[in-house]
Design a protein around this ligand. Structure first.
Ligand SMILES: C[S@@+](CC[C@H](N)C(=O)[O-])C[C@H]1O[C@@H](n2cnc3c(N)ncnc32)[C@H](O)[C@@H]1O
Length: 272
């Protein structure tokens, strides 16, 4: 990749935040495919119980918000995301929930405190993660929990790992999320939680799976520019994009039909 090309990619990747994830349909075929299973595992690890009031920060199109509504009832669920299109999708998914536009760093005033404040796959996209987690802590009840999970980009998130291993094979300067993401280990999450003033910090892993009808089903979301992997893919010219597509196919073992991929996320929780 030329230095101008790399610069374009990095600018696109740094455009993290609402814009990078704005297409709900592409999102649901990409990371969103793991959303329902990850949300269930996150809710169990966060020990969300019937009767709890919960806030989902960086809710995206609402996988976790919906699972929370099924657990505690929509009237006990609030959610926030900077992307207007995601907020609209989340409102459609969880009618009766209090879903608003905003960021973690500057949370809207929901007029209440929450028993559990959660963020799923979000801390790496906050412009100031310490400020974001501190704001999450500030809206939790004394004794309440603040939780999060992030993909194990470096190893256990197979869908993205395959993409970046294939990309690195063709372009050693490809911005591998296993290296560019700041919070992608239990230690990094634990440190962020302690730095943000949370106590009794615990970490663990959440392991889920998603299935694909075919290789095309796997590949389709990448050229749409969604997330850092999509931003990189969309920045390539058509020949390089084709080469990357073929390399991903090889890394996946040239599947001829349906297949499933495993994904590991690191989980953290701490008490106020
Ligand atoms: C990978 S998506 C995760 C969405 C959802 N939590 C899920 O599990 O599917 C990252 C989300 O973080 C949101 N986001 C980006 N910057 C944010 C910020 N500063 N505060 C809160 N959310 C943010 C994006 O709009 C996007 O919806």
């Amino acid at each position: 990749m030329t230095s101008a090309g790399l610069e374009r990619t990095l600018i696109a990747v740094e455009r993290a935040g609402a814009d990078m994830f704005a297409s709900t349909e592409a999102y649901d075929r990409h990371v969103g495919r793991y959303g329902a299973a990850l949300s269930r595992a996150h809710i169990t690890a966060a020990d969300v119980r019937a009767g709890s009031r919960v806030l989902d920060v960086g809710c995206g199109p609402g996988a976790l918000t919906q699972a929370l509504a099924e657990t505690v009832g929509p009237e006990r669920v609030a959610a926030v995301d900077p992307s207007v299109s995601f907020v609209e999708a989340c409102r459609r998914r969880v009618p009766g929930g209090d879903v608003r536009v905003g960021t973690a760093e500057e949370l809207p005033n929901f007029g209440t405190r929450f028993d559990v404040v959660m963020s799923q796959l979000v801390v790496n996209f906050m412009s100031d993660a310490v400020a974001g987690v501190q704001a999450m802590r500030a809206v939790a009840q004394p004794g309440g929990l603040v939780t999060s999970c992030v993909w194990d980009y470096a190893e256990g998130m197979t869908m993205l790992r395959v993409f970046w291993d294939a990309a690195l094979q063709l372009d050693p300067a490809a911005p591998d999320e296993g290296k560019t993401m700041r919070y992608c280990s239990e230690d990094a999450l634990s440190e962020l939680w302690e730095q943000s003033g949370l106590h009794s910090v615990e970490t663990g892993e959440l392991v889920v799976e998603a299935s694909y009808d075919s290789f095309d089903d796997y590949w389709a979301p990448f050229p749409s520019g969604l997330g850092p992997s999509g931003a990189y893919c969309a920045s390539l010219d058509p020949d390089r994009q084709d080469a990357l597509r073929l390399e991903c196919f090889r890394w996946l073992g040239e599947p001829s039909g349906s297949f499933a991929l495993r994904a590991r996320a690191w989980f953290v929780r701490g008490r106020v």
